[in-house]
Design a protein around this ligand. Sequence first.
Ligand code: SF4
Ligand code: SF4
Length: 188
Amino acid sequence: MGFLSGITRRINETKQAAMEPGLGAKALATGFGITFKHYLQQQVKARPTETIQYPEERREQFPRTRWRHVLTRYENGLEKCIGCSLCAGACPARCIYVQAAENSDDQRYSPGERYAVKYEINMIRCIFCGFCQDACPTGAIVLRKDFELADYHRDDFLYTKEMLLEPASILGLIPLEAIGTVDRSEAH
Ligand code: SF4
Ligand code: SF4
């Protein structure tokens, strides 16, 4: 009862204050004063604040910025991920799913005994904390600076291994189809 009467009293006080003559004009003048002060500050600065013409222009990001995940490769094309699931265990949002499989001499994807046959991140749940990157023993999963992650359908936010894996071609390396036959001794 006391709580409700307290709220009612505050509402009445606010209404009364709003109706007081001159109070609205004073608030308006204060607001305009702040705007004008900032305008003058910009005019006297040697380099006024620039408007970036996004997306044609991009602001430089902070060095530790963490956005889109990438599954990286070694220089010889092998995948760094060994399917250990430590990233999934460290993820506070439980948004990583890893399914491991055994490498064989004929089909080798990573230097270790196992590789991730399935690797998925639910980007809607991800909070970009970077714990997965910190937990990874091989430096396989990294968060890079691609921040344009908007999409239209919920299903498109389930990033698969194919979407996350760094293409071998961008390293100027062996073609993808040859990776399964890389000699194990070449692995780092
Ligand atoms: S950045 Fe954080 S929330 Fe996102 S997948 Fe990695 S550990 Fe999970
Ligand atoms: S990304 Fe790293 S931590 Fe996650 S399964 Fe692969 S090797 Fe393990």
